[in-house]
Design a binder for this molecule. Structure first.
Ligand SMILES: NC(=O)C1=CN([C@@H]2O[C@H](COP(=O)(O)OP(=O)(O)OC[C@H]3O[C@@H](n4cnc5c(N)ncnc54)[C@H](O)[C@@H]3O)[C@@H](O)[C@H]2O)[C@@H](O)CC1
Ligand SMILES: Nc1ncnc2c1ncn2[C@@H]1O[C@H](COP(=O)(O)OP(=O)(O)O)[C@@H](O)[C@H]1O
Ligand SMILES: [K+]
Length: 493
């Protein structure tokens, strides 16, 4: 699913109006009906206060007010007086509201701000995707007033003050409990820094023309289940272990055997035919006991006797001289893609010249701190995403920037993942991902396909483990591994 920016959203409206065809007022009515339906389902018999700006977001608010009134709800409507021009559809809906017996109260000073009693549902229809400058004057007063109240605030399309495609850090914005957004996810909803402001996100279908989105070129998109299903390969009935690749994991050191075990188990559960783990001598016995299916290699033995189908390096590997030499040697000798995570990324951050040597199709899996260590400090998430996308043009590697919505950057495009949950915020979840990605590369998936599919399956395994028996608190990375099978089956099912 593509994530359009504010201009593209506007163009999508215009395209729908022209191609369907539908009048802009009727399109607004459709949006308002979708919102009203949701509000009546979730807040029946409650009192509403609606704050409407002068643009189309405010127009939505006025149409919602009229529809709620027609359903017999108690609704108070407020219009902040600003120097803005009134949009045509706002004007039409103000007239319709008045004809329906609604009374909109103009407010221009702080003294006129209404008292917000507990239990009231406040609808924020001040600004939407047309927001183009910081909130000020009476609108800023309203937003502060709402944020200081205990009301449940429902924002229409976006929390007023939030920018669609840029960072809103430090800006005044409405703190909504719910955001009813139209048609598609937007980039701002991918940002952790915005989460406390948009609250629970509901995406309502308002019937914008699908062809527009189909033809649209966007930098950012979101992975869908259909996309991941289309990537999944069949496992040949006549196959043998050699068919599914021999993976190598360079993982595990003293005190960090667990990371190697998690990565190794995840790698085997994701379908690798054979697995060798290169580990520090002190943990070899532990590894062989915990993962009997894997072969091991003592890290002190420098040479690798096999040619591997894919190599994943980093989980609990260590960052000493031995590991640095190993990684440097590997990059001198091999032209096959690697997966670099955790300690391998730390080594990369100290020896940045190695970046130039990474074979095409290599996957880097940094979390934000690791990303900044390797590529320089970023001031906010949008900066980091844009940088990851720009780097994916300059370098032939895939960047898997981990987070609630992990970003997969490749060849100038960024794709956000939409599976996974906060139960996965526990040490070891990343090791599981590295094992899974290594297995997919070993089975012949391209780096980009492996990243999309692996990240989706990893999050889905977390979601399925939650549905089966775990809670957000109790979920362990081992549970992710136990649910990898169910995740594959659910994609195939
Ligand atoms: N397909 C869609 O996305 C649809 C969008 N609709 C609504 O239309 C909205 C977009 O409408 P508009 O483009 O009129 O945008 P807004 O309603 O966000 O308002 C933009 C107007 O406010 C002014 N403005 C922007 N920032 C300001 C600030 N900080 N202080 C004071 N004035 C400011 C702008 O100059 C412009 O005149 C969407 O968010 C959505 O609510 C719906 O009506 C129907 C369909
Ligand atoms: N709140 C969350 N929602 C979804 N996924 C999460 C969340 N927290 C962590 N994850 C996932 O868990 C993994 C954590 O990886 P990482 O930060 O490297 O930790 P570690 O290697 O210590 O396990 C990533 O794949 C990340 O996307
Ligand atoms: K809004």
């Amino acid at each position: 699913m593509k994530l359009p920016d504010a201009q593209q959203l506007k163009a999508w409206d215009a395209y729908t109006i022209q191609q369907e065809p539908v009048s802009s007022t009727d399109l607004m009515e459709r949006a308002a009906m979708a919102c009203t339906g949701w509000l009546l389902t979730h807040f029946n018999n409650r009192e509403f206060m609606i704050f409407c700006g002068k643009g189309n977001n405010g127009g939505d608010g006025l149409a919602i007010a009229r529809l709620l009134l027609q359903h017999g709800c108690a609704v108070k409507i407020f219009l902040p007086q600003t120097a803005n021009p009134v949009s045509a559809d706002h004007a039409v809906n103000l007239l319709r509201l008045r004809e329906a017996g609604g009374n909109a109260v103009e407010i221009s000073t702080r003294e006129e701000l209404p008292h917000i009693t507990q239990g009231i549902i406040v609808i924020d229809a001040l600004y939407g995707s047309g927001m183009n400058r910081p909130l000020e004057g009476i609108v800023a007063d309203i937003v502060n007033h709402l944020n200081n109240s205990e009301a449940v605030v429902v924002s229409i399309d976006l929390p007023s003050g939030m920018l669609v495609h840029e960072s809103s850090v430090g800006r005044l914005m409405v703190k909504a409990a719910y955001t009813l957004s139209f048609q598609v996810y937007k980039l701002c909803f991918m940002a952790a820094a915005n989460a406390a402001f948009f609250g629970r996100l509901v995406v309502l279908d308002i019937g914008l023309h699908p062809l527009f989105l189909h033809q649209l070129d966007t930098v950012y998109s979101m992975t869908t289940k259909e996309k991941t299903v289309s990537l999944l390969k069949d496992r040949d009935a006549f196959s043998h272990k050699g068919t599914h690749g021999h993976a190598l994991l360079i993982a595990g050191n003293k005190g960090k055997a667990g990371a190697a075990i998690l990565a190794a188990r995840a790698c085997l559960r994701t379908g690798a035919g054979l697995l060798t783990v290169d580990a520090a001598e002190t943990i070899i016995d532990i590894l062989q006991t915990a993962v009997p299916e894997a072969m091991t290699k003592d890290r002190r033995e420098k040479a690798f006797s096999n040619r591997f189908s894919a190599i994943g390096a980093g989980p609990g590997m260590g960052t000493g001289k031995e590991e640095t030499d190993l990684l440097t040697g590997l990059l001198n000798d091999t032209d096959q893609p690697l997966i670099l995570d955790a300690d391998a990324l730390t080594i990369l951050s100290v020896h940045k010249q190695l970046l130039e040597q990474l074979p095409p199709g290599t996957i880097l899996t940094p979390h934000p701190k690791e990303f900044d260590r390797v590529f320089g400090a970023c001031s906010h998430e949008f900066d980091r995403w844009n940088r990851a996308v720009a780097l994916s043009v300059r370098y032939p590697f895939v960047i898997v920037l981990k987070g609630h919505h992990t970003l997969i950057a490749w060849q100038g495009k960024g794709m956000f993942n939409n599976t996974g949950n906060a139960g996965m915020a526990k040490g070891g979840s990343g090791d599981v991902l590295t094992g899974m990605l290594t297995a997919l590369l070993a089975q012949g998936y391209t780096a980009h396909d492996a990243a999309i599919l692996g990240v989706w399956l990893h999050g889905l395994a977390g979601d399925l483990a939650l549905m089966q028996q775990q809670s957000l608190e109790s979920l362990l990375p081992s549970d992710l591994i136990d649910s990898i099978g169910a995740a594959f089956n659910s994609l195939r099912g």
